[in-house]
Design a protein around this ligand. Structure first.
Ligand code: HEC
Length: 230
């Protein structure tokens, strides 16, 4: 009896611990995926203070860091930002180099770790122009939860654009890593249905699980989740 009692007590504790750990885990993911960096109020000011003394059109460096368009146009060696991927973005590679290392940016007075993290997060979130646009922009599309959900072997994303727009749909795994760049194109106004067959960018099937996704239309962003069952 005593042994039994101990066993069940132990398993309840384990269960509670697991549940708490899981809750913390989901909370972390949610806050990473849903807290969005605002370009105008958080990123441009960092570049204004630290970079535009050289990086401005007509300045000593070719890459113009004084505006969103300038940044996205890139410098003489090509794009400075790869939306969704800080580690392949030249700008990010340069700001994380140690001070004094050839090519490290800014050449003197390195950015603080907070500033570097913020820029990295902005890139990983898709390097969009703004994110609190819901307040400033009229809604120019309607978007429906994927169907079916949960799904196997495929699901559909359905949305309506009220005007022609750039559309991007990125699917992540639960760790926030990009799994599939599903759509990245200019689309015409009207109804669109996009199918996801649970494969990643390399055409392989993903494991069963929860897949957060981000849909960006112009400068409007919305998140959702899909559940793939096996
Ligand atoms: C004191 C001047 C100066 C400052 C300040 C400076 N840079 Fe630079 N940067 C340069 C020069 C010079 C080059 C190389 C030549 C070029 O791009 O034309 C360069 C190159 C770069 C490149 C590579 C561009 C390419 O296409 O090869 C990136 C990215 C970059 N800088 C980012 C930054 C960022 C981000 C900041 C601010 C956080 C910054 N730089 C601050 C002078 C500066």
């Amino acid at each position: 009896m005593i042994v039994r009692f101990n066993t069940s007590k132990y398993s309840i504790n384990t269960l509670t611990n697991t549940m708490i750990k899981r809750l913390i885990f989901y909370f972390k993911i949610t806050s990473t995926l849903f807290s969005q960096v605002n370009f105008d109020s958080q990123i441009q000011p960092i570049l204004q203070v630290n970079c535009t003394s050289c990086h401005i059109s007509g300045g000593s460096a070719t890459l113009d860091l004084s505006s969103y368009d300038g940044i996205m146009n890139g410098g003489w060696s090509g794009p400075a930002i790869i939306p969704g991927n800080q580690d392949s973005s030249l700008l990010y590679m340069r700001i994380i180099l140690p001070e004094g290392y050839p090519g490290s940016m800014p050449p003197n007075n390195p950015l603080s770790q907070n500033e570097i993290d913020l820029i990295g997060q902005w890139i990983n979130e898709g390097a969009i122009l703004r994110s609190d646009n819901e307040k400033n922009h009229p809604v120019t599309f309607s978007f429906h939860q994927n169907y079916p959900n949960p799904f196997n072997p495929f699901t559909m994303l359905h949305y309506t654009l009220s005007q022609n727009n750039d559309v991007k749909i990125i699917i992540y795994d639960i760790m926030g890593k990009q799994v599939r760049n599903l759509v990245e194109t200019y689309q015409s106004a009207g109804d669109h249905i996009i199918k996801w067959d649970a494969t990643n960018d390399r055409g392989q099937f993903v494991p069963a699980g929860l897949y957060p996704y981000k849909i960006v239309m112009g400068d409007f962003t919305q998140m959702g989740k899909m559940m793939f069952l096996k």
